[in-house]
Design a binder for this molecule. Sequence first.
Ligand SMILES: [Fe+2]
Length: 450
Amino acid sequence: MATTDTYLAGNYAPISEEITVTELAVTGTIPAELDGRLIRNGPNPIDGGHPDAHWFTGTGMVHGVRLRDGRADWYRNRYVVSDRVAEATRRPITPGPRFHDSEGTANTNVIGHAGMTLAVVEAGGPVMSLTDDLDTVESIDFNGTLDGSFSAHPKVDPVTGELHVAAYHWTWDFIRYLVVNAEGTAVTRKVDVPVGYSPMVHDIHITESSVLLLDFPCRFNLERAMEGHQLPYVWVDDEPGRVGVLPLDGTADDVRWCEVDPCYVFHPLNAFDLPDGRIQMEVARHPAMFRKVTNGPAEGEPTLDRWTLDPATGRTIEERLDDRSHEFPRHDERRLGRAARYGYTVGFVGDEGPGYKHDLVEGTIEVHDFGPGCATQEMVFVPRDPDASIDDPSNEDDGWIMSYVHDATTDTANVVILDAQNFSGEPVATVHLPQRVPFGFHGNWVPTGE
Ligand SMILES: [Fe+2]
């Protein structure tokens, strides 16, 4: 995926300063409807990093930009204060529960839920609660109802507001499905689905009927752990992948597995129920994971593929939608788990990262070229009117695409706001940030008050 030998070069390199800058310079016009924070998370090793270190294991740093009344009020970046960060910066240890002897790194995503800002990670790390200003407060366990791993990719059911989560840990030979209530006060459901080994389960998806559990042949390897690898998950040859279809109210015995060719998927774009009982999903599909390269995802370009799962037969129809590289897929999440027409992905073209808008019905793709040397990070769709009916298809792309964009020609970063209905056109606004934002993982738009 990344054209780098180590995850310390160029814009993968960590930054060392935590800063706050107010009243940012803007080119263009920030839409007055945008009132909230665009926040994101990624690894930023507090020790400066080691050339062989795994990209996924660096201490986390969150970045945020606050928009209101057509202005960019502030930019901030803050470490997520794990024990390593606390020790290195001589801050108090962050209070709250820890699981699986985790030292507290939460470096993969940052979400808004029930008024909380939560930095999240998979494989045993904590759920870290942050202030609106991105300072770490404590780790949380949803009032004692979480007792182990969480995930970097909770999916919000747009109808119930609940979070659906797939969790894993190297000591578990099952995939754990969790539901957190809309109020963010409790884990209300837990189903352990046995698989007989310990796979790396990065994400999950839901439809209106089912939960989709991702089980690909990248698994915990004790030998590598004993050798001291920070992330001892390796590719297993000659094993298929599979997606487990679990009815939303089902038990582990109800899971129906649908096999796919060997591959690895970090991120589905979306999935939904077809009238005939099958399920359609689009995924960013890697040909393998941690087979030859073990410090980051680099086993060939990820493509955008469509899978039609048939839980009745266990078979899957696989189609390639585009063989350019695509990752960090998102869509209008008011339609999460329902048929969605548009999806948005990030490309990797040399050192540049264009944005793609996919019309999944027509099969067409629009490109946004951010300019020479420019690479977008994950793009998020923000509806113009969050309460607009999703039954009206014309609402689906009525809004903005927002992302952090790195400009290698100046080694600076901007937040770029596009009109989703004029995706390849000039940005609506560009917010100029006071420092670069290292290539990281995921983030979200959190409207004020949510
Ligand atoms: Fe992810």
